[in-house]
Design a protein around this ligand. Structure first.
Ligand SMILES: NCc1[nH]cc(CCC(=O)O)c1CC(=O)O
Length: 310
């Protein structure tokens, strides 16, 4: 392995925690290596107050980090897989996919009541179309309010009483060591996770085989196949993280089950589908699931979304 490694990351508390965890694993594996964490500001960090669904671009938390990779300023980038668009820029690759953290969403509520028990009109914060669609299908009587910002500022909206609850990813909460604040771990049946949720992505430049070989000890092959299926699904739908779509693959004993969902702007309306097949055919299963959803009404839902009609 190399003598020196520059790792690029966003500067949010969660991104830094994730990156430092990877850096610590690398340092333990390569005690003599000099590792530097380089913080890079991304467009997503700069445009802090604009709802993500409105900015709508793909890879807002990624772009500047990928530019630094391509320019050689950093040799490795650590991202949340969920923030990574389906298509990678020419010249970059996913070198390693570590073991998936908890893929579920969680509710943090001030009163300790779960989604099923919240009173009508309870004010719940989330900016993600995927969560809005599934929440309003489950509990059309809740008031859903857009929020953005880092995890700690979101949690403060609950402790201050501004909101009755927020829905965020379990993985971020667990990595920060805040699982004690969770009111409810929401089962995937009720809230299908985003493509890649709970997974980290180690991205490098193509053609640096020594580096990729040196990172291989961090790879979890099962997580890689699950993410391969989910990202093939996303690619077929043409998506980034701002579409109201969800997909969640789970591998057991060589068999892969992938569940997908496409939502609409019409309150609570969504379509779901599920496929099972050989784990070795992960990418094909994801693509097939996307086609089944597109043909089963998803194409109309997504085109209405692009034209701004409900
Ligand atoms: N930029 C949003 C984002 N990207 C990754 C995570 C959580 C960690 C993960 O899913 O791996 C979050 C925050 C959230 O959705 O609560």
């Amino acid at each position: 392995m190399r003598e020196k490694l520059n790792i690029g990351t966003r500067g949010s508390a969660l991104a830094l925690t994730q990156t430092r965890q990877i850096a610590a694993l690398l340092q333990r594996h390569y005690p003599a290596m000099r590792i530097e964490v380089v913080v890079i500001r991304t467009s997503g960090d700069i445009q802090k107050d604009v709802p993500l669904a409105r900015i709508g671009g793909k890879g807002l938390f990624i772009k500047e980090i990928e530019e630094a990779l391509l320019a050689g300023t950093v040799d490795l980038a650590v991202h949340s897989m969920k923030d990574l668009p389906a298509e990678l820029p020419e010249g970059l690759r996913i070198a390693a996919v570590p073991l998936r953290e908890d893929p579920r969403d969680v509710l943090i509520s001030g009163t300790g009541l779960g989604i099923g028990e919240l009173p009508a009109g309870a004010r719940i914060g989330t900016g993600s179309l995927r969560r809005i669609v599934q929440l309003s299908s489950w509990r059309p009587d809740l008031e859903i309010l857009p929020i953005r910002g880092n995890l700690d500022t979101r949690i403060r909206k609950v402790t201050s009483g501004d909101l009755d609850g927020i829905v965020v990813a379990a993985a971020g909460i667990r990595r920060m060591g805040w699982a004690g604040q969770v009111t409810q771990f929401i089962p995937a049946e009720k809230m299908l996770p985003a493509v890649g949720q709970g997974v980290l992505c180690l991205e490098t430049r193509c053609g640096e085989e020594d580096l990729d070989a040196g990172l291989a000890f961090l790879e979890d092959e099962r997580t890689r196949r699950e993410v391969t299926a989910e990202r093939a699904f996303l690619r077929r739908l043409g998506g980034g993280c701002s579409l109201p779509v969800a997909a969640f693959a789970e591998e057991r004993e060589g068999s892969l089950t992938i569940r997908g969902l496409v939502g609409s702007l019409e309150k609570g309306k969504m379509i779901r589908h599920e496929l099972q097949g050989k784990a070795a055919d992960a990418a094909d299963l994801g693509t097939e699931l996307a086609d089944a959803l597109l043909d089963g009404g998803g194409r109309i839902l997504l085109s209405a979304l692009n034209s701004g009609q409900p």
